[in-house]
Design a protein around this ligand. Structure first.
Ligand code: PLP
Length: 427
């Protein structure tokens, strides 16, 4: 490859599909399938685009680990200057292990345990986003036990209607489990101000995921600004951060990508109105477009007048199609002569195990490789061991080099936590 022109992302060179300067079939031969292949250039590009668009706004980008918490991607994002947003003790562990400092980490999530709150406080994270009065009081208690004062933000449910591709990715509508109901926020903020072991450092929202339109950010932040103004009029003036959450969309099919210039305009307005530093928690936007899942066609068959392409990847590797009815573009690594209308299905014993339904796809024979696009976010992170399937490998491509950043699991990995002869005890 040597001096090839290095393209960001996925490009067709001669008759094979490549990631930057590396042919996907070469990776499949070396590492096996199914395999996730990520483009470092795409991640760098998205991070740079976002932070450049926001150059005029005091802001911090906290990558949402939930989208993909693999070490290789965390290292890359951290090297770009990203901070971290975590929603569990496990993600806090991963973030710290990857080298994020406590003050670079925001801790959110609707159901944090006492242990998780205690770990977050003892580590000294930048902000704990709380979602209920019970959690706020528990945080105050664990902070007292730790001899600390915990910086807290209240996650506001702005109670706005949002348009998302699937109901499961709406998080800021009235009656939703997330955040504090809008008309209870001021009272909870007063409580946070009064409690001795927490300091009210921010307001937070996260209204949904895969948001192509910006009205939810506009209307949600308006509501946060109103709360900020109200609190200040009461003399509560400890706020430093306004956390607008994640949610920026990527293009899976024909969606309009979010207009970052307009997004930045909204954020400039919010920063000016409040004087606060903005926190963003993008997940999907930074990594969604960065990967394909490469899978091999195992069999073809027709049944009941329907054509099936059976691949070695399914819902256990990429859950989004069956969980969210999500669309992922599928392309043959080597171009085929024609196309066929088929269901692309995996090997899992579930009828809900599919990558695409009734789709015009490449007429690929057994042995052929398919690339499932847009697999960087909520792909590997949601991969599971159902049917005792081993989670796949992840490969990062950077220019004309590639590296395995996560090895394929072994059968031994599947049974690692199990006891062959359990120690029976009486309670
Ligand atoms: C999931 C989540 C994010 C990231 O959402 P994306 O749509 O991937 O940007 C950010 N913040 C919180 C609190 C989340 O739960």
């Amino acid at each position: 490859m040597g001096t090839s022109v290095l393209m960001p992302g996925f490009v067709r060179t001669e008759e094979t599909l490549s990631c930057e300067g590396v042919a996907l079939d070469a990776i499949a031969r070396a590492v096996g399938t199914p395999v996730y292949v990520y483009s470092a250039a795409v991640i760098r590009d998205r991070y740079t685009r976002l932070t450049t668009a926001l150059a005029g706004v005091p802001h911090r980008i906290h990558y949402s680990l939930k989208a993909n918490s693999s070490r290789g991607l965390l290292d890359l994002l951290r090297s770009m200057g990203s901070n971290a947003d975590v929603v569990s003790g496990g993600e806090l562990f991963r973030a710290r292990r990857a080298g994020f400092k406590p003050e670079e980490i925001v801790f959110g999530g609707v159901g944090k345990t006492r242990e998780e709150l205690s770990d977050a406080v003892r580590e000294g994270v930048l902000l704990v986003n709380v979602e209920s009065e019970g959690e706020l009081r528990l945080l105050d208690e664990v902070a007292r036990e730790a001899g600390r004062v915990a910086p807290v933000a209240i996650r506001v449910n702005p109670e706005i209607s949002v348009e998302t591709a699937h109901a499961y990715i709406k998080t800021g509508e009235k009656g939703n489990k997330f955040g504090v109901p809008y008309d209870e926020v001021v009272e909870l903020a007063r409580l946070a101000h009064a409690l001795p072991n927490v300091t009210l450092a921010g307001l937070d929202m996260h209204v949904g995921s895969q948001l192509s339109h910006l009205q939810p950010y506009e209307r949600g932040t308006e509501r946060l600004v109103a709360i900020c103004t109200q609190l200040r009029s009461e003399g509560i003036d400890t706020l430093r951060y306004l956390d607008v959450g994640g949610g920026l969309a990527v293009r899976y099919d024909a969606e309009t990508p979010p207009d970052l210039t307009r997004f930045a305009e909204i954020m400039v307005g919010v920063a000016q109105a409040t004087g606060l530093q903005l926190i963003l928690e993008p997940g999907r936007f930074l990594v969604g477009d960065s990967a394909v899942l490469v899978t091999e066609v195992l069999y073809r068959k027709s049944s009941g007048g329907k054509e099936y392409v059976i691949t070695d990847a399914g819902m256990t590797e990429l859950l989004r199609p069956s969980h969210y009815n999500a669309y992922h573009r599928i392309e043959a690594v080597h171009e085929t002569a024609g196309t066929v209308k088929a269901d692309v299905v995996g090997p899992v014993c579930e009828s809900g195990d599919f990558l695409a339904l009734d789709r015009e796809v490449a007429d690929a024979a057994p042995g052929a490789l398919l690339a499932v696009h847009g697999a960087g976010a909520y792909g590997y992170a949601m991969a599971m061991n159902y049917n005792s399937r081993r989670r796949p490998a992840e490969v990062l491509v950077d220019g004309d080099r590639y590296a395995v950043i996560t090895r394929r699991e072994t059968y031994e990995d599947l049974v690692r936590a199990e006891r062959e002869s359990p120690d029976w005890e009486t309670a």
